[in-house]
Every structure is written in structure tokens, then in C-alpha cells.
Design a protein around this ligand. Structure first.
Ligand SMILES: NC(=O)c1ccc[n+]([C@@H]2O[C@H](COP(=O)([O-])OP(=O)(O)OC[C@H]3O[C@@H](n4cnc5c(N)ncnc54)[C@H](OP(=O)(O)O)[C@@H]3O)[C@@H](O)[C@H]2O)c1
Length: 255
């Protein structure tokens, strides 16, 4: 981890979806290290309980198991967060799925709907739920986890890219609508070494890394640190932006 400010988020509470492992967990870890209390979600309770213990236990973290696209789970999580910690200042829409691989011409429309539902509609609904219960009255900040796949074509995972492009635009629309008291930004990572991305690098990490000017793939905390920045007062005059966090890979070029 780079520089930590243990009081940066003192007195603030964050809800982070899809945070039992990977990028979401790294975001939670970073926010707790910087003084926040967190509510983390995922579908599997056991992994969530382990994550809460790793974050420092119930004084700093609670877990609520459920599907990110289930409105009851959303409302329950927000209510339990406020009940446990007294506020819901920060929201990180981190959950994202990509259940299919292949050309768009063979894309199952049901799978496409599911991707849009979990990656896009859910992000909106979480923002609504947090708005109703806390941010609408008290303000706060939101970060949506997009992807570089939403910024340029990503053959093979094309519809996932369509959903992440929508997340980027949703970020801009929310930023307009929710200012001045709520800031909304996004991050767009390239390949980060998590279970989700294993197929993109396993067994050929060295080779894949060569396309990156920084010559390595991302670690979850490479994203956690940038999300913490966007949620913090250091980004107090930023809203509607998508920060690309990609080891330079979008620069292209090379041989
Ligand atoms: N890794 C990359 O290279 C990369 C690059 C760009 C963008 N991203 C984005 O980063 C975000 C996090 O990905 P990751 O790589 O950290 O994935 P990961 O390591 O596989 O972690 C995914 C997390 O989300 C939970 N989850 C999955 N589906 C869920 C659902 N329907 N409802 C609630 N929770 C769910 C998982 O727990 P359960 O399985 O128990 O639910 C887990 O906690 C995603 O939005 C992804 O699109 C990742």
C-alpha cells in the first residue's frame, strides 16, 4: 500500500458492493485503513464473514449477503449500515458480471439483459436507495467501477463493454443530477489480477504485461487507492469523471 492517511474518512461510512474479494475488498481495506467504517456485500455469506474478520471485525465492518440486483437486499443493506454505523456517506458500485464470452452475433439476449441489470440498473438502484436513506439529505460521494472495456471495443467481451460504457454515462448523468452535495465519479481499470479476470492472463502474465507501459498487470489496491481518492475531499471539485487506471495500456503504441 502507498501513503495512508488514517483519518481521511474518520466518521464516514461506505457501502461497497461485491466486496468479499478482489477489487471491492481492496477498496474496503483501503477505506478502513483510512478511518472509514464499511458495509460490504456479495452473494456468499461465508466469504463475506471472512472478509469482515480480515478488515478488523464488527467495529469497522459489517457484511450483508445478497444479489446486487435485488431491491430488497439493497434497501436492507442501506438500513443495516445506518443502523450499525449511523450514516451511509459513501457508495461504491463495484459489482460487475460478465457471464458470457464470444461474438455479439451469438449473444443470448437473456444474458445481455442480466448483464445490464447487474452492471447498470443495479448501480442506479443502489444510488437511489442510498439517496433516499441518507445522501439526499446529508450529501456524500459515489464511485462506480467501470472498465476500459467501456471506452473502446473489447472483442469477446463486447456486451460487457456496452454495459460499462453505460456505467460511464450513468456516472455523468448522476453527477449532473446529484450535485452540488453528492459527487459521482468512476474508475476504468484494465486487467487487474482477481478471480474475475483470471482467463485474461493466467499462464501468460509476462506476455500480457508487455502491452502495458508499466510492464505489469494491476493489483486490486491499484484501484482501491484511486477509488479512495475519488471518494475523499482531495477530489472535492471533481464530479462526472472516469479515471482510467490501466498501467498505460490504452496508450497503445509499441512495436
Ligand atoms: N479484474 C479486472 O481485470 C477488472 C477490470 C476492469 C473492471 N473490473 C470490474 O471490477 C469489479 C470487481 O471485479 P473483480 O475483478 O474484483 O471481481 P472478483 O474478484 O471476481 O470479485 C467479485 C465480487 O463481487 C461479488 N459478486 C459477484 N456477482 C455478484 C452479484 N450478482 N451480486 C452481489 N455480489 C456479487 C463476488 O462475491 P460472490 O461471488 O460471493 O457474490 C465478489 O465479492 C467489476 O465491476 C468488474 O467488472 C475488473
Amino acid at each position: 500500500m502507498a501513503q495512508i492517511d488514517p483519518k481521511r474518512f474518520a466518521g464516514q461510512t461506505a457501502i461497497i458492493t461485491g466486496a468479499s474479494r478482489g477489487i471491492g475488498f481492496a477498496i474496503a481495506e483501503r477505506l478502513v485503513a483510512e478511518g472509514a467504517r464499511v458495509a460490504i456485500t456479495a452473494r456468499k455469506k461465508e466469504a463475506l464473514d471472512e472478509a469482515v474478520a480480515a478488515l478488523g471485525g464488527p467495529d469497522v465492518a459489517i457484511a450483508v449477503a445478497g444479489r446486487a440486483d435485488d431491491p430488497e437486499h439493497q434497501a436492507d443493506t442501506v438500513a443495516r449500515t445506518i443502523d450499525a454505523f449511523g450514516s451511509a456517506d459513501l457508495l461504491v458500485n463495484n459489482t460487475g458480471i460478465n457471464p458470457v464470452y464470444g461474438p455479439l452475433m451469438q449473444m443470448d439476449p437473456e444474458a445481455a439483459r442480466k448483464i445490464m441489470d447487474v452492471n447498470v440498473v443495479s448501480a442506479l438502484r443502489w444510488a437511489q436507495a442510498v439517496n433516499t436513506a441518507w445522501q439526499g439529505e446529508h450529501g456524500g460521494a459515489i464511485v462506480n467501477v467501470a472498465s476500459i472495456a467501456g471506452l473502446r471495443p473489447a472483442p469477446g467481451i463486447a456486451f460487457y463493454g456496452v454495459s460499462k460504457a453505460a456505467v460511464i454515462h450513468l456516472t455523468e448523468e448522476l453527477a449532473w443530477e446529484l450535485g452540488p452535495n453528492i459527487r459521482v465519479n468512476a474508475v476504468a481499470p484494465a486487467v487487474v489480477k482477481t478471480r474475475f479476470a483470471t482467463a485474461l492472463y493466467e499462464g501468460r502474465e509476462e506476455q500480457v504485461s508487455q502491452a502495458y507501459p508499466l510492464k505489469r498487470l494491476g493489483e486490486p489496491d491499484d484501484i482501491g487507492s484511486v477509488v479512495a481518492f475519488l471518494l475523499s475531499a482531495d477530489a472535492g471539485w471533481m464530479t462526472g469523471q472516469t479515471l482510467v487506471v490501466d498501467g498505460g495500456v490504452l496508450l497503445g503504441g509499441g512495436a
